[in-house]
Write a protein that binds this ligand. Structure first.
Ligand SMILES: C[S@@+](CC[C@H](N)C(=O)[O-])C[C@H]1O[C@@H](n2cnc3c(N)ncnc32)[C@H](O)[C@@H]1O
Length: 360
């Protein structure tokens, strides 16, 4: 039977104070990253597996997890015990909850993400919309390892929900988030307002195309899966047939768009061919500019062969794939670039708090 795909509209911006009040209500109810981690269990290698865990106890936090992550209907009378009528009305006006016959549902996910709250589409595949990627473990890892030190300009490529731009807004004077999907720009702008962020702007376009000047930090979580069914840029997962079409363009743009001394932190699958290394690909993409870059690679083997979203080309073999973080640092003068390789270590402790940052 053909699956039924539903058109889902977008969240609505309402008055800033009402948005802040609704978020404060969720925070006061204990709907925080640490509390969710405690209810769901944490995989220390990969952040919070929001969709895998089954809450061990029933309380206010699990009620909100049911509503905003697990796509369950909850009772209005239960929500009224933890949120005010005004906060519930605001959530309804923002289109974040639907109320019918005493039951409440949500068309969206609403994640606590460090000290911010991020709205995305649901995990269930829906071809009627160009889905905004739910916060995946990789979103938390990247958000957790970026050193939060003061910076002038930050660029978040492939921003999706805007999560990394919004996190960077707290330590950057100016942030720009870019996405090729108009729905992502709408979600990112909504999420910035939801969190009272005013120094981040979101531009529709293909990677660096809408921006000028250079940046101190370029963050990216590109679509990276090798896919024969869809083209790179059509959705949140496809990196084209090789899986590296978007990743390679991001790295090729770094010499021009990173300021001297600037850094890029990228989290990605590196679907490299057997017998090759990530360093070989990156060096080729950077060309003669590779002499200006030092690299810190922190990856782990991953099996990415099974998914309902994409189909890998038959000739691509999974066994050499790496997944993880790559930091590239642009030096002022050229010399043979230094390339450090590390296994990806546990980056989160038992409460979902990152144990180390990647120094910028
Ligand atoms: C893996 S999601 C990352 C979402 C978010 N940054 C996160 O970490 O949770 C990749 C995003 O890249 C966007 N994208 C794909 N190709 C792009 C391109 N050429 N230029 C800009 N954005 C692109 C997709 O629309 C999608 O929102």
């Amino acid at each position: 039977m053909k699956p039924y795909f539903k058109q889902i509209s977008q969240p609505h911006v309402i008055g800033e104070e009402l948005m802040a009040d609704a978020i404060n209500g969720l925070r006061a109810a204990g709907y925080t990253l640490a509390a969710c981690a405690a209810r769901l269990g944490v995989n220390s290698m990969s952040g919070i597996p929001f969709f895998n865990g089954t809450p061990s106890i029933q309380d206010k936090v699990t009620l909100l997890l049911d509503l905003f992550i697990r796509q369950k209907a909850v009772l209005m009378i239960q929500l009224e015990e933890i949120l005010s009528i005004k906060q519930l009305e605001s959530l309804q006006q923002m289109n974040l909850i639907n109320v019918e016959a005493g039951e409440v549902t949500s068309d969206f996910c609403l994640f606590p993400c460090y000290d911010k709250y991020i709205v995305t589409d649901h995990i269930v595949k829906n071809d009627a919309i160009n889905q905004i990627m739910y916060l995946f473990t990789e979103s938390y890892i990247l958000g957790g390892v970026v050193e939060r030190k003061p910076l002038k300009r930050t660029l978040d490529l492939c921003t999706g929900s805007g999560v990394h731009a919004i996190l960077a807004a707290s330590h950057s004077e100016e942030v720009i988030g870019i996405d090729i999907n108009p729905r992502a720009i709408a979600f990112a702008e909504f999420n910035a307002q939801l969190n009272g962020v005013h120094n981040a702007k979101f531009l529709l376009g293909d990677l660096y195309q809408p921006v000028e000047g250079d940046f101190d930090l370029i963050i990216a979580n590109p679509p990276y899966n090798p896919d024969v069914l869809t083209r790179a840029g059509e959705n949140f997962w496809s990196g084209g047939v090789t899986g590296m079409e978007v990743l390679s363009q991001i790295i090729k743009g770094l010499p021009a768009f990173l300021a001297e001394g600037g850094r890029s932190i990228i989290i990605s699958l590196f679907p490299i061919m057997p017998g090759t290394t990530i360093q070989q690909y990156v060096t080729e993409w950077l060309g003669s500019d590779s002499a200006y870059f030092d690299a810190f690679e922190s990856t782990v083997f991953t099996d990415n062969s099974n998914s309902i979203y994409y189909q890998m080309p038959a000739y691509i073999k999974n066994e050499n794939f790496r997944f993880g973080l790559l930091r590239l640092k642009k030096r002022v003068s050229s010399k043979a670039g230094e390339w450090q390789v590390h296994q990806m270590q546990a980056v989160f402790d038992g409460a979902g708090v990152p144990m180390h940052t990647i120094k910028l």
